[in-house]
Design a binder for this molecule. Sequence first.
Ligand code: ASP
Ligand code: MG
Length: 431
Amino acid sequence: MSLIVQKFGGSSVADAEGVKRVARRIGDTRAAGNDVVVVVSAMGDTTDDLLDLAHGVSSFRGPSRELDMLLTAGERISMAVLAMAVRELGIPAQSFTGSQAGMITDGIHGAARLVEVNPDRIRESVQAGNVAIVAGFQGMNRQTRDITTLGRGGSDTTAVALAAALDADVCEIYSDVDGVFTADPRIVPTAHKLDEVSSEEMLELAANGAKILHLRSVEYARRFGLKLHVRSSFSTLEGTWVIPSPTDADSRDLTKEIPLEQPLISGVAHDRSQAKVTIVGVPDVPGYAAKIFGSLNDAEVNLDMIVQNVSTKSAKRTDISVTLPQDQGDTALQVLRRVQEEVGFEDVQYDDRIGKLSLVGAGMKSNPGVSFQFFKALSNAGVNIDMISTSEIRISVITRLDLLDDAVRAVHSAFDLDREGEATVYGGTGR
Ligand code: ASP
Ligand code: MG
């Protein structure tokens, strides 16, 4: 008998019909002779709706104890409703909050990290013949005894952590598309599903805007040598297997399952959630960049790309541009204006009408032609490039926001990723 951990995203349990469909799916998995542990997200757009509600009564925008209390209610609803629907099929089921499931975190509200996973109650519940249904995205801190959340999309990480702690045979992540695609099928209808992707590539895709998996869940799975099966709850098709790189697997021998010749490119990711901040006229002498980045670091601003240029305006000065999440834009601007006089730069500019496009593929490591082909595609599409950054298996550029979709389609075609037949998006509002 196998133990399967199944995680269902919000769009899979958006309404009563969806919950019943997921319950039947769980029932089928049981009927095939498996033990099942389920992790569930909040129904539909519940988390966003709860955030809107909070913003309606409070001007405070940051994470807090009370916001975590509110947001975790979303998963608490879906776990209980799903348990009822499973019981309705004559299958015993019990739901558990994150803290009941032993998800112990640090105390950082809104972005808590797991420090311990003790799923004793889950194990007991399954041994007693139940389907155990766990609320995703949440945990508890031992010191404060408060409820925490793992950050948006964190239910994937709950599922992976539980699968690792329970030594599950498979961890399945269900969403509203058939797997990991070569681009977002909502933008590129000719995108196709990947049968396999390495966790290294998946990390780059997730970190650069592919919303299919929570970045930390991929890191976690890679650390524990766990394979993930990303698939749709709306179909029974085989999805995408995310396979940990052999060097990172701690115990299992995965060498035989890694494809010998990686395809050149695995996909194109895009991100509309960033903003660009340009610090104009920074004195071009040692120490000034350190002062600027020191103050941003103290304010816990997460920087992504960083580019320095000779100043267009003044001699002996440079312009430094950075990208960061839009929701940290205000903080960054406040910090920079505060240190402007002391550091002695001339101005700060802010632009959130930007998009980031990333091309990811393990094969580009050994293929120098990739960047040429990439920039040629953007140029043919008339897309101007604002900033560039690269890793061994990724090239990213910042473009104007209104050109981003065209740029994604152009690059996708240029690398021959288009396939006949439209990709199916079964549900979700893409919110
Ligand atoms: N419900 C949470 C969110 O919307 C967690 C999740 O879906 O994974 O971010
Ligand atoms: Mg999600």
